[in-house]
Design a protein around this ligand. Sequence first.
Ligand code: DC
Length: 273
Amino acid sequence: MIIAIDGPAGSGKSTIAKLVARELGFAYLDTGAMYRAVAWRACEEGYDLASPKYAAIIHIAQTEPITFGFEPGEPVPSQVFINGVEVTLAIRTPEIDKAVSPVSAHPAVREALTEQQRVFGQAHDTVMEGRDIGTVVFPGAELKVFLTATPEERARRRARQNREKADAASTQGEQFNGETDEAAVLADILRRDTYDSSRAVAPLAAAEDAVTLDSTDLTIEQVVAHIVALVQERAGSSEHPEHPERPGKAPIKCFPPRNDGINRRFPGNGNTK
Ligand code: DC
């Protein structure tokens, strides 16, 4: 079974997809990390991404395997490698945030990574997150979720998440250089939204039969519970309730927001609004 979770940067896809995978005992694949790993290699080679050497970048995508490392007994990976080199923290810098857009827009790069993603998904029950999982990679996915939130909320979450990652890295004597300034994160999110939605190949878009969830005012638990309920509903039925047999369903706003004043929302959200 494939659960496709697509949506723009900072919509909470990673947090939600990992929790859903844990809850269901499914594998988890972060396809954005794969595009980031290729962009990291291109930067490492010193390619000028303003006039990218696509032949070389395509070669990287086609020949350098991207793999994931797991803690013992843990289904969700904690490390990313490209060609055996660990890049877990290195792919989360502002430099890679910028470099990944032109790299991920190239059709041959997408083709190479899409192929790897299909092989992974065919081997496991998987929660797969990205931009084009429900539309291109697995158009037959049993459940497709399109996760959104306002750009401002996404920037707040991402900046906060990066601050937390930087603190965690420094306690381990490592360095995490993700952007922590909210205004800078917002500018990058708006730039990537435009780029990802307007590119010619596999643009960011909700599949026609996706369930759209706006997570702006929802807790993590609410979104996860809703997705798990949808999975159980679909697993228990041979027909897909939101499939074309029942067209035109409005996007679901699943639960009322929690107003208990406790910050139980996304790790990137310190604001209890
Ligand atoms: O999810 P993320 O922000 O880590 O993704 C990094 C970039 O990769 C994002 O700007 C768009 C691109 N991407 C893509 O084009 N297709 C995917 N399936 C996943 C990510």
